[in-house]
Design a protein around this ligand. Sequence first.
Ligand code: CMC
Length: 427
Amino acid sequence: MSEQAKIQLPELEHESAIITGSEDEKAFDITKLRPNTGHITLDPGYGNTGACISDITFIDGEKGILRYRGYPIEQLAEQCKFTEICYLLLYGDLPTEEQQQQFSSRIKQEQNIHEDMKRFFDGFPITAHPMAILSAMITSLSAYHESTDISDIEKIDADIIRLLGRVKSFAAFSYRKSHGLPYIYPQQDLSYVENFLHMTFSDTQENYKTDPVLAEALNLLLILHADHEQNCSTSTVRMVGSSHANLYTTISAGIGALWGPLHGGANQRVIEMLEEIRDDGSDYKKYVNMAKDKNSDYKLFGFGHRVYKNYDPRAKVLSQVADRVLKALNVDDPLMEIAKNLEEVALNDEYFIARKLYPNVDFYSGIIYKAMGIPTNMFTVMFALGRLPGWLAHWREMILDPKSRINRPRQVYTGPTFRDVTQIKDR
Ligand code: CMC
């Protein structure tokens, strides 16, 4: 018999089960609340709402813990390849050598895009944001491939692998397009991360020699971004996918959600903010005061998180990696000092302490991407590349769950009550 809890309403009481997760998180099951009481719960922004049960990622925001399938992010980031993480998120366990080899080679077979689709890139203006291109290209895959047969696990997995192969190529091509450069095809002998660097930075005359510092940094960045349970874009993927919309459109919707500056788009905003502070005499305290001023809607990008009320463990890893990468690449970026000063303020200022606002994953990632030569408007594309396996794993988990239903929240209506329509001449 599971633990029970009661909601006392004015005229009746509702009793239902407490659901306990594997890390002892507690939820009050309200699935029968409306049928039994006529009441719904109201939770704008979903801060207290569990939309699903999931085996993929665990976060303890109070303690600053992040684990994929039980493994701590710090160990995964240090020891694994990004494609191993894709496998882990999708199938639940780290791959054996043989599984990893087969999985990687299947992704490689899917990395070439249809030649027709290359022409799509030509149609975009050179100023197009690469997130706009990425989202359009992913949704365009639905014009080339049938909707996934969700009753067939092999087809589900084949389409997932197709996206893991193609999206990297779309991302690299969108960079080439915005720089007016010819497209570079992937090479079979390169790893996932090396291939992305090759397709992005190679010269047509000479193959790009992958710098191990860059490959290692990119591998780590992608792993740190790979999943974050029910964040805005993943919830969007679950929302759109719950109508059984095709997988490509579903992932494209996730790209749209990620692009917003409160979510993945924050990494671009962080660098723009740091540059603004630099160009304004590096007076970072002025910007901190603006963020604290309740009469202004200015905020410090790269700070705060809905779930973390402690240091974001990904930001902790990234702040150390940023130092390492800048040193190894011989980059002396004044933005790094401004970022460190802002962090120092946040950790000691009463406003930030009271609200538990710490640097988040987007705070240091941009400084690393910048040092790697990736342009600012590509930062959110890099986030998308990292988050793709998380979206796919959540979509797969939902589609394979026989209990999943179309996602359809309720509302409390506060508009006019019944009224009759009058003739236009009488209004
Ligand atoms: N700068 C200044 N004040 C802030 C900030 C900030 N970056 N973030 C939150 N606050 C304040 C906010 O004004 C509120 O103050 P008060 O209680 O006085 O009204 C309090 O802290 C709580 O904030 P909230 O807006 O209720 O928090 P939320 O959970 O709704 O929003 C957030 C979370 C991440 C959208 C928000 O912290 C934010 O806008 N941060 C800046 C954008 C950013 O860095 N986004 C990336 C998030 S991490 C990666 C990802 O998800 O993609």
